[in-house]
Ligand binder design. Structure first.
Ligand code: TRP
Ligand code: SF4
Length: 437
């Protein structure tokens, strides 16, 4: 059966292993050892998958330029799910990434039917204030899609390389899908590719931290990156001799660009009408870099396919799904701190019905939404978390006191976060924010 990944429905994905097989997402633990000091979500397997994160890890290690990019569609209240994404943006910024955050007002306008005014209100009041309160630094760029000329232009250009059958295959679009909805998809691809435009100093690795529901956008964008590029490097094999060689295809490249490229490639090369065969210089990464340089010099695109990470979703506080339409299922970052604490106390745990039973059998942290809150948000120390888990399993920890601790921490976090939001409000003009004009 097909795993359904639909960014506009709230289907929850329970079996993550399918994503690996069906969509080519790699397990995150494979790159974990390459990351200098991994984020809590990485260590705790909240981030379970990735595409091409190796290039991000390498940039972090070598100090090469890289970016983190993410978008938020104005929908409703900013909640713990958004915090997860924001934490990852801020962390990458701390690790040296230039950061780009798009407020997807074009998506909200076309898919949700929100007015521009409403998009702006939600964008600022919900997402931007919390993003800054969570530590976003002023050198990052925040923009409303509809206010960002370069994103809109790029979206239009990308549109040339997307046709309806492809959108149908990826998103299940039908004859009823509006043109604006389709355009919002191109806009999102433009969001993701924008950090590699010349005005942001050209091609570089970009990571997009998302939930698995957003993966269709990444697949589309990765495909588009290749289609837009002036050159494409391919690994080939001589049918007669079996010798491996590389070939640079440049169908849309000017003659001069191909000739210039030929001059720069070391070793024996053969220049044809629309491509160059590279016979001796077999360093793929090195050749790709050369090719990017020449493409950019001749005014072409040389996008590196964007990398991504995938995080698990939290379950709802009452079990089931966390959903904006069920306020009790989640905690908004703007909830009154006392109310937030109460929600924690009312949450479903993995404990037994009676204390005696729990002392005998122990609790089930993997089925406990209070434990999830601690794992995702409330307990910064891995040792402390592990201790809680072991005590729970051993039956020496009781849900009442456990909830009490989590509730206190939640109340403290919300109070502190909301103070920081007010501070952010006062300093908003120190941030680079592009609004719709
Ligand atoms: N589609 C995303 C959402 O539903 C928002 C979004 C817009 C986005 N542009 C993006 C996400 C770029 C990641 C990268 O919230
Ligand atoms: Fe959850 Fe804590 Fe109860 Fe264990 S003791 S089930 S972690 S609330």
């Amino acid at each position: 059966m097909d795993t359904k990944l639909d960014p506009w429905s709230s289907s929850d994905i329970t079996d993550y292993s399918k994503l690996f097989e069906e969509f080519g997402i790699s397990p995150f633990e494979n790159v974990l050892p390459e990351i200098p000091s991994p984020h809590m979500y990485m260590r705790r397997k909240v981030i379970f998958g990735h595409r091409d994160y190796e290039q991000i890890a390498e940039a972090m290690r070598t100090g090469a330029p890289f970016s983190v990019m993410d978008g938020f569609m104005p929908s409703g209240k900013v909640h713990l799910g958004h915090k997860m994404v924001m934490d990852q943006i801020v962390w990458h910024q701390e690790m040296g990434a230039s950061a780009f955050v798009g407020i997807a007002d074009r998506e909200a306008f076309s898919v949700r039917g929100f007015s521009w005014q409403k998009c702006r209100e939600i964008g600022v009041e919900e997402y931007i204030l919390s993003l800054i309160a969570l530590g976003f630094k002023p050198n990052g760029l925040i923009y409303f899609q509809s206010g960002c000329g370069s994103v809109k232009d790029l979206a239009f250009e990308l549109g040339v390389k997307v046709n309806f059958s492809e959108l149908g295959a990826i998103y299940g679009f039908s004859g009823e899908t509006s043109l604006s909805h389709m355009l919002s998809v191109a806009t999102q691809a433009a969001d993701i590719l924008q950090p590699q435009l010349e005005e942001f100093s050209g091609p570089k690795p970009v990571v997009v931290p998302v939930g698995p529901d957003q993966d269709p956008h990444l697949r589309l964008t990765r495909g588009l990156a290749g289609k837009m590029n002036m050159f494409r490097v391919e690994e080939r094999e001589d049918v007669k001799t079996g010798r491996k060689y590389l070939s640079v295809r440049g169908k849309t490249a000017q003659k001069e660009a191909l000739q210039e490229l030929k001059k720069r490639i070391p070793g024996r090369v053969k220049l044809y009408e629309e491509h160059i065969d590279v016979l001796e210089y077999l360093d793929l990464a090195g050749l790709e870099k050369l090719v990017r340089e020449v493409a950019v010099e001749f005014g072409g695109y040389a996008f590196i396919p964007p990398a991504s990470t995938y995080h698990r979703f939290m379950s709802g506080l009452q079990g089931g799904k966390m959903s904006s339409s069920i306020p009790e299922s989640q905690i908004a970052l703007t909830d009154d701190p006392k109310e937030g604490a109460k929600k924690v106390k009312r949450a479903k745990t993995g404990g037994c019905v009676t204390l005696e039973e729990q002392k005998k059998l122990g609790g089930k942290p993997e089925e406990c939404s209070v434990f999830e809150l601690m794992l995702f948000h409330l307990i910064a120390s891995d040792e402390e978390l592990l201790e809680i888990k072991q005590e729970c399993i051993a039956g020496t920890r009781m849900c009442g006191s456990c909830k009490q601790l989590a509730a206190e921490k939640m109340q403290e976090f919300l109070k502190d976060h909301q103070e920081k939001r007010e501070l952010a409000r006062e300093h908003l003009d120190e941030y680079r924010i592009i609004y719709k004009d």
